[in-house]
Write a protein that binds this ligand. Sequence first.
Ligand code: SF4
Ligand code: FES
Length: 260
Amino acid sequence: MDLTLHVWRQKHGKAEGGFVTYEARSISPDMSFLEMLDVVNEGLVSRGQEPIAFDHDCREGICGTCGMVINGVPHGPRRATTACQLHMRSFRHGDEITIEPWRAKAFPILKDLIVDRSAFDRIIEAGGYTSCSVGSAPDGNAIPVPKENADLAMDAAACIGCGACVAACPNASAMLFVSAKAAHLNLLPQGRPEKESRVLNMVEAMDAAGFGTCTNHRECEAVCPKEISIAFIARLNRDFLKAVFSSGRRQAKAGGASAG
Ligand code: SF4
Ligand code: FES
């Protein structure tokens, strides 16, 4: 396949960026999208030009680093698929493909397609942990957990922290990410003692990072490579309001969503 790429190039966060057009020649349909970029980069390097900077690590859909907007859609055209798991057979010979970084105030561009997602790390530092010892696997298995809760916690834990939900949201809201990270701990007995403070602290960190509010567009759910449901946003809102009333620690603000 031969393709024409329009790639966002930006030397650093303060530099002006813009689209640069590249031809990608003899691309195998069996290559992943990132392998296609590798081929383009090899060509750039061999011509003495700077390669396109993009984030990646596992290349198997589990680390969440490979975020990029492909033809206007975070992670590209295939549902429930990260950019690294997207294969070139999803495109056709002669296609033009536009590739951009996540666009969100809380994810400033570092270079080309790479953004700074440390705002997510700060949200996790605020509450995405349990302080109690959970022991080893046999200890965990000895604690009865209702099947429904175990399944829901597992669904929430599938979030890989990629940030596509933020990139897709017209408000750049991080509610899908925060709700999944809070739920996967809050639903389990080991996470329950810190549930209130976890919810309050994570929402506070989310607001402080500059993410927008959720207004139920559901774009986050549509692009999430792990198909995290917005029902978790409704759960977070319920937990957040309960925590606000019982703690009296802060006033509910528009940072929460009204999903569900
Ligand atoms: S909720 Fe989905 S889209 Fe958002 S960070 Fe987690 S895996 Fe990525
Ligand atoms: S490189 Fe790890 S999820 Fe894509």
